[in-house]
Design a binder for this molecule. Sequence first.
Ligand code: HEM
Length: 282
Amino acid sequence: LGTPRVYKFFQRIITEVITYREKNNVSRADYLQHLINLKKKGSIDADKDISNGHEHREFDSEQNRFTDVDIYAQASTFFADGYETSSGAMAFGLYCLAVNPDVQAKVRDEVDSVLKKHDGQLTFDAIQEMTYLDMALSEALRMYPPAMAMIKLCTKPFKLPTPSGGTYEVEVGTPVVLPLYAIHCDPQHFPDPKRYDPERFSEGNKQSRHRYSYLPFGEGPRMCLGFRFALMQVKAGIATVINRFRLLPNKRTPVPVKPDPNYFMFAAKGGLWLDFEKRTDK
Ligand code: HEM
């Protein structure tokens, strides 16, 4: 996303859409329109932040004005938030099925039977009925959460409970890293954490865990904006593939996966290689 070519791409498409909307007097109820309105207003002023009642920083100097560059930046971040994460989720979801053939067979049976009931149409309702697929993907997102960690900035003094029963005073302005990958691998919440087991996400098992022990999309007011959409599109992708292909590991498939230390998100070092074998039984 940081290369000039990518920047130019976003610059071009955003400029085209803004020009089109202005020329044709089009206003849409979407994210881009919010950004355009903000640019027209010129700055983010000292409005109260409705989400948490905190005062916004005042953006009054020329360099803090909201410009086209901010629109490109917001749009490209939104793109990254939605794309890299979902493609990672889909890749790891398929990987888990390839290296766990029993789970793969069960997911395929479910996809086949639900699709049959829905005349072969992969609709929203059909995907909602694929509950075992949901469990299999949830477990993949536990072991390989695309976001890995969340970074926050402390805005209110806070006494953090420590494992020894004391408290640690977090001061305003302290950066805080929430290590969601580490939390997902904690045997206290997920016994034998390196084992892939979709049953961890049966209704009963989900209820018995701490609410914040599973955070692939974050939590609270800044949790992932697109999580329902993301789950839907990733499940649609996996269901489509699994309905047509058998997935098999090959010589290049990493077992176990080693995270790539040079990538800002969870990615497998050397890539996730799988064989796709066309199904002959349907
Ligand atoms: C499987 C796919 C995805 C995963 C694992 C994921 C995960 C996350 C996580 C962990 C956060 C950070 C929460 C925080 O820092 O507290 C986040 C934020 C965000 N995500 Fe996603 N995401 C996914 C897909 C998407 C999609 C498809 C979209 C857009 C359509 C999207 C849009 C966003 C946005 C805009 C934010 C920032 C929200 C805010 O700061 O208020 N994400 N996501």
